[in-house]
Design a protein around this ligand. Structure first.
Ligand code: 13P
Length: 252
């Protein structure tokens, strides 16, 4: 059975002191909530991953990185490898976020390499994709999402899918306060699941968690998460306040 997941993508926010404070509050809240079949993940910046792993200790909350380089090691100034992440106790990485695609030129081909590298190094991944407003206006959103998934993931063997979580994040809903309606999210998530089922098997598609991301807040989380193909959320802004993040976790 697929898991419900609430993941906080902190982006470029929080110094070390703020990271410790926020994580302590989240840890306390998650412990009280005694969750069943729900996984909580936080993704602070690279420099605070070590701190996060220490603060969260043996709690159930997992730590993810927001990016990684596909290379094993070498002359790539400023980059971080999967080995480095693993040695810091981080076994999950977010790949394909629209901000990486838009501001750092990450193409489907680059992401395919990153996906391969992460899986080779036995990391789990949260793979993000989603259309821009124009794609939706031109009714190309399904086609676009299908191509993003296909180009980076459809060369993989069936066994790799145990390590993959998908995250649909329509770019027009990220940080804008505008969310996809629960119906729009469900429609796209069902399409994604069918796309995976058509390429692989119904069982693989049934078992893959598909998260929604884009202006999820305590006020709209419950309605979005209630949709059958929405298995949780990838949360940006609202993951930076413990009370909001915990309320979103409670909504699942
Ligand atoms: P917001 O929740 O701030 O819209 O960000 C979503 C996101 O990009 C998560 O990766």
């Amino acid at each position: 059975m697929r898991k419900n997941i609430v993941a906080g993508n902190w982006k470029m926010n929080n110094d070390t002191k703020e990271t410790k404070l926020l994580l302590k509050e989240i840890r306390k809240g998650v412990k009280k909530a005694a969750l069943k079949n729900t996984k909580v993940i936080v993704a602070p910046s690279f420099v605070n991953l070590n701190t996060a792993v220490k603060v969260l200790g043996n709690s159930k909350i997992k730590v993810a990185a927001q990016n990684m380089n596909a290379a094993k090691n070498g002359a790539f100034t400023g980059e971080i490898s999967a080995d480095m992440l693993k040695s810091a106790g981080v076994k999950t990485v977010i790949l394909g976020h629209s901000e990486r695609r838009a501001y750092f030129g990450e193409t489907d081909a680059i992401l395919k390499e990153k996906v391969d590298s992460a899986l080779e190094q036995k990391m789990k991944l949260i793979f993000c994709f989603g259309e821009e407003l124009n794609d939706r206006k031109e009714n190309k959103h399904f086609e676009l999402v299908e191509s993003q998934i296909k180009n980076a993931l459809f060369h993989l063997p069936e066994t790799s899918w145990k390590k993959i979580v998908l995250a649909y994040e329509p770019v027009w809903a990220i940080g804008t306060g505008e969310t996809a309606s629960p119906e729009q999210a469900q429609e796209m998530h069902a399409f994604i699941r069918k796309t995976v089922a058509d390429k692989y098997t119904a069982e693989i598609a049934d078992n893959v968690s598909i998260l929604y991301g884009g202006s999820v807040k305590p006020t709209n989380a419950k309605e979005i998460f209630s949709k059958p193909d929405v298995d949780g959320g990838l949360i940006g802004g609202a993951a930076l306040k413990a009370a909001d993040f915990l309320a979103i976790i409670a909504a699942i």
